[in-house]
Design a protein around this ligand. Sequence first.
Ligand SMILES: [Zn+2]
Length: 116
Amino acid sequence: MSEPKSTKWPWTYFEISEFENPWIVKKSNKRTLIDREIRCAVLDNEIGEKCDWKTTDSKRQASTSKMIDHLRKQHSIDSPDKPEEPKRAEYSIFPDPNSIGSTILLMWIPLKQSNF
Ligand SMILES: [Zn+2]
């Protein structure tokens, strides 16, 4: 139950039920007695029923990539906070990147010289 923060978001779209099924965690080679069924709970717009896609902890081996893949392909659902685009926050802190850029350059030159 210690998923990294970035892969937490898919879980809100799934229903989890535990059942007894001994399996081996490949990464740590540890035996786990309880397996979990992870069933997609997204409603299908066309038929108004829950999507029946499912996986288990033993199948996915603690990886959320298959779950994310399913959400993206079948439901066009993607991560609410994309970690691939961290630049956006910088621009809101510095509204004028041109003036900041020259300030950093002026500070950086003497710093580089002192290293020699
Ligand atoms: Zn689904």
